[in-house]
Design a protein around this ligand. Structure first.
Ligand SMILES: C[S@@+](CC[C@H](N)C(=O)[O-])C[C@H]1O[C@@H](n2cnc3c(N)ncnc32)[C@H](O)[C@@H]1O
Length: 262
């Protein structure tokens, strides 16, 4: 990672359960003890009801909406309800076919949107995230989804989330995954206003993944069947490596690297 913003955990409640949750989070992420006073931090995490939110702390930015992840409303939920098609570009890219659901390693979990689509289509998905703050938001969204009957089964049976750098995981893991998926940050990200704000926040938090080209050969080496890289429609190939083929979507492109023997 190329940046390290100062993130604190703000404690606004006396509720012992919330205190314990936030203290455990601080320990897990090696952050200072949760407190009402967040000092000169750039960002703070706040638990509102059961939802963990990331807020900007600097005066000129506080009006921006907080960042949280929610699989139970908004575009992710809409996609989950409306789009179970196995001919959508993401599904085709990872190799989903009638009667076949590859096991997926998502090396760049982020907001978990792509993983959620793939899990909802029936894939077993292991998500990796190296930003502690994004991992915490994702972990919190998964907990809330586990408590909802509509999404419980998917998250209980098909989704695993780990807080780890994917390069370390790929180097150490003996596990085999049929498809390995990469969606690193890229310079000019998607277009809608909401996404712009969300992606700007993500970029300010995690940087621009300048090491993503090193992830590609590790993934290609480990994937049992294919590695898939999501890129902007007209971007250069990651690590300048031409794929076996590409699938185009509306604003992005999936570059697919098949195992040489397949
Ligand atoms: C563009 S976002 C991914 C968005 C995601 N595909 C989605 O649907 O929400 C990239 C994410 O990958 C994470 N990331 C980048 N390189 C990583 C690595 N080597 N290991 C783990 N996470 C990584 C970043 O911290 C960031 O959260």
């Amino acid at each position: 990672m190329d940046i390290k913003p100062d993130v604190r955990i703000k404690l606004e409640s006396d509720d012992p359960e919330k205190r314990a949750y936030l203290q455990e989070l601080a320990d897990h992420l090696a952050l200072p003890k949760p407190s009402l006073d967040i000092g000169a931090a750039d960002f703070y995490l706040l638990l509102r009801n059961s939802r963990l939110e990331l807020h900007r702390a600097k005066a000129e930015e506080v009006k921006q909406s907080p960042l949280f992840i929610d699989f139970l409303s908004g575009p992710s939920y809409y996609r989950f309800i409306q789009n179970k098609r196995i001919d959508q570009p993401l599904a085709k890219a990872v190799g989903i076919k009638r009667g076949y659901r590859p096991t997926i390693l998502d090396t760049t979990a982020g907001f978990g949107e792509d993983s959620f689509v793939l899990a909802a289509l029936g894939c077993s998905v292991t998500m990796l995230e190296r930003s502690g703050v994004i991992w915490a938001l994702l972990n919190n969204a998964i907990s809330r989804s586990l408590n909802n009957p509509k999404t419980h089964k998917i998250f209980a049976e098909q989704v695993t989330l780990l807080y780890i750098d994917s390069a370390d995981f790929l180097e150490a893991s003996a596990n085999s995954f049929e498809t390995i998926y990469l969606d690193p940050m890229y310079p000019l990200h998607r277009s809608s206003a909401l996404n712009k704000q969300k992606m700007r926040l993500l970029r300010d938090l995690v940087g621009s993944d300048p090491d993503s080209c090193h992830l590609l050969p590790l993934a290609i080496n480990k994937a049992a069947k294919r590695t898939v890289v999501k890129r902007p429609l007209r971007a250069a190939y990651l690590a300048e490596k031409p794929p076996s083929f590409s699938i185009k979507a509306k604003s992005s492109r999936y570059d697919i690297y098949l195992r040489p023997h397949l």
